[in-house]
Design a protein around this ligand. Sequence first.
Ligand code: PMP
Length: 382
Amino acid sequence: MKRLYLDWNATAPVLPQVRDAVMKALEAVPGNASSVHREGQSARAVVERTRRSVAKAVGAPAQAVVFTGGATESNNQVLRHHVRTNAKPFVVCTAVEHPSVLEVVEDLAKEGVKTAVWPVDRKGRLDMEWLEKRLDEGVTLVSAMWANNETGTIFDVASIVDAVHEAGALLHVDATQAVGRMEFDFQACGADYMTLSFHKMGGPKGVGATVVREGLKVGAIMSGGHQERGRRPGTENVPALAGLDAAAKAVVDHGEMWIEALKRRKAAFLEELTRIEGVEFRGDQAQQLPNTVNAAFDGVDGEDLLMALDLEGVSASSGSACTAGSLEPSHVILAMGYEEKRARESVRFSFGPSTPVEELARGAQKIAQVVKRLRRIDADWR
Ligand code: PMP
């Protein structure tokens, strides 16, 4: 049975050119990028080439890019660095951030830092008036993602940045889910910090970047080395960075085409899913990633549906892979005001530009069959 992988927001299949670049670097680049001999220099060349490629892919100068072990680490770095270097920090994040932001903010609050969580409405949209009020109370850093990993909802970063800067605060944007799925440009948007990883679009896992606006600093949150100009200790993962280079180049070369391909796939998938009785699409349909569909089928528990679909060869998820397996319903859907039982119905389908359109239509038909079967088992439905 050929499986249909609809969990690209957890991670994507590695692009062939990424795999080739990683393999090549494993074989041909044995050095440590901090060593001064020739092997070291060729490793350094890979690191710096990748810095330029990532910078180009996201619209930033190369020196703004600090490599880390992924977006989780970058999110921790930005928030922790801010609190350490600010005399009176007041950190705000949206209620629908990835746990690598939300849980850091919770930890900071326990440590005595002033924090607040920015609520969303039923569609996962932010209330700007709420922010304006908080900004007047002395907020120093706002953390808001560009696109949500569970619902695909895209935030209006341009209006957030204006409000935040007017109040003299800083903006951190987590762009992890935006890479290769929507156009964005770090410098043009005016944000102060951005975090990235490319593994949702075919890059390697376990490597990412913190991007810092010119004139601002980001410091190390670990000790033990001076790599990345003192901003991230630890020997650089050169093979992974070679893969990241290939992924960043692919975004530059194919990004526009990917976005168009995703739009076509989403339209075909939604056309089939819409036929299912009692389906509700969650998130802001007007501002949503072209690769993400968050759907709830009235009366069908999301976990039951996911297990049944897995047996049928379809892989999807109920939320962030970082919290999967916990029996709690998604914090994102709860924050949107759904009560627990309804929140548990949410299932996330996410795909990529290489997902065959006809497979998506077939997948949707399978979803329809499974939903019907589960509703028959649960005679209470209706
Ligand atoms: N932020 C968002 C929005 C994400 O979706 C993810 C991945 N689940 C992360 C951060 C964490 O990224 P990484 O896997 O690179 O640590």
